[in-house]
Design a protein. Structure first.
Length: 212
């Protein structure tokens, strides 16, 4: 995510976004990528942002119009405000977290058990006490979100209720964990935060424990 308010203002303003702009974020149909942009905009105070369900792949499959022309973007003034800094937490926060807070690992099962060690990870496994909640639990055909009932069932299966405080993480904190957070927010689970350093940061310190 942008490292400062100034970075956010420059990036979003250059993209033609001001504080009143309706932003619709989409990706190629992968799902998690668009969710990361949604989370960044939301974190810096922009509430008028939506994610195109299914992304470009679904758009094309439905026969909707496309173009190869580059859009003309007029630079605007974006004012970044972080009203809820706790939405993104640090390594120190994770280490001292309360036992009642659910730590949700949005990576694949093979990553979770340490069988797959992806580039950027110094070690395989997961943060002790974390629940495996792969982002695909919320993904349906064409990477659209599942129904609200299915999302709630997946969360309840891991003991996550509406009033449960949860922290999501993935490999780098950009993609799978924001999509998990978005799925939770879609069904009214607002007590979700994101560990931005995620497994890449945790695994890099050999002094930190892990589980497989």
């Amino acid at each position: 995510y942008p490292a400062s308010l100034q970075d956010a203002e420059k990036i979003f303003g250059t993209a033609g976004i001001d504080n009143n702009t309706l932003v619709v974020v989409y990706d190629g149909g992968e799902g998690p990528i668009a969710s990361a942009v949604w989370f960044a905009l939301d974190f810096f105070g922009h509430k008028n942002v939506k994610v195109l369900n299914g992304g470009f792949r679904k758009w094309v499959k439905e026969g909707r119009p496309v173009t190869q022309d580059a859009a003309k973007v007029e630079k605007k003034k974006f004012t970044a405000v972080v009203s809820q800094p706790e939405k993104v937490i640090t390594l120190a926060d994770v280490k001292k977290r309360d036992r009642n807070i659910v730590l949700a690992d949005a990576r694949s099962f093979k990553e979770f058990i340490g069988q797959d060690v992806v580039p950027g990870a110094a070690r395989g496994g997961h943060i002790p006490g974390a629940a495996q909640l792969e982002w695909t639990n919320f993904s349906d055909s064409l990477e659209t979100f599942k129904s609200a009932d299915d999302i709630k069932k997946a969360l309840e299966k891991k003991g996550i209720a509406k009033d449960t405080k949860a922290i999501t993480y993935c490999q780098i904190g950009l993609g799978r964990s924001p999509m998990t957070a978005l799925a939770m927010r879609l069904v009214g689970y607002d007590n979700v935060r994101l560990y931005s350093g995620s497994w890449e940061e945790w695994s890099a310190d050999p002094r930190l424990p892990l589980e497989k």
